[in-house]
Design a protein around this ligand. Sequence first.
Ligand code: PMP
Length: 331
Amino acid sequence: MAFASNATELIGGTPLVRLNRVAVDVPATVLAKLEYLNPGGSSKDRIAARMVEAAEADGSLRPGGTIVEPTSGNTGVGLALVAQQRGYRAIFVLPDKVSRDKIRVLGAYGAQVVVTPADVAPDDPRSYYSVADRLVEGIPGAWQPNQYANPNAPASHYATTGPEIWAATEGRITHFIAGIGTGGTITGTGHYLKEVSGGRVQVIGVDPAGSIYSDPNDVHGYAVEGVGEDFYPEVYDRDLPDRIEQVDDHDAFVMTRRLACEEGLLVGGSSGMAVQGALRALADAGPDALAVVLLPDGGRGYIGTVFDDDWLTAHGLASVTEDAPLPDDTA
Ligand code: PMP
């Protein structure tokens, strides 16, 4: 019989699908890696499993322990899933720009959530980083995975995401494209693909306008979730990407809506951003190019944001609703 012994065994092994209509203007073949098909719904399941296993192995997480992490949501789901299956308590600290749906999802997995203001500096005592640090100090047996600095985060992508892509493309991949949040995905996957191809695979990062990676001199707020930073995390290898494409909220969200409507892929805003960046980076690539773009999560958590015209208008993004309209539901 074919079955997994529990949900965590289903992490990884996600499929590739070719992008067709949204990619008609580039000669390259563009394949999307669908990370929303992980059991927790995102690429973050991979890092959660590996970080917890490593913490058990080195004794920093013991039976009855509590996992505390500042996370934009997806890492929380991955950790909540692994925590409940292995008998740990989980507490997550999130900035208030994260959608209500994502917060409720964490509660549904049995985790506790603490919401903090988004518009404060990382070293401000109210920031989600600072609040998480205080919780870890105050709770006996608490352990913070710290996805921003934990080498097991990129290592999980080096061990799984990279080899999966190499095998599925039979070593013919020429470009790998991913958004940069903590940088763990691009660092781990990119290093593997560079190594296995003898440096042949081009690695392209995609960054929201306002984030530090593409323009450290113009750091400001943006609406796309899960990507971009205002500091350089330890897990991110700044020397790895061959180039970085900057994509603004408008272009990211237009592509996100097109992926749902034209490719049948209901994914999150950072996936639209990554695809938009990929198409730009591939503009001068020939028909022999075989690109893989990683789509980190699904779109169900963004129905009230990226897919809500009123929300977009309230956030100064009404142009998205004009450039990628949804069918009129009163028709
Ligand atoms: N997209 C989403 C929705 C995410 O949650 C994350 C993780 N923060 C990323 C992209 C970026 O992945 P990474 O942190 O590995 O750079």
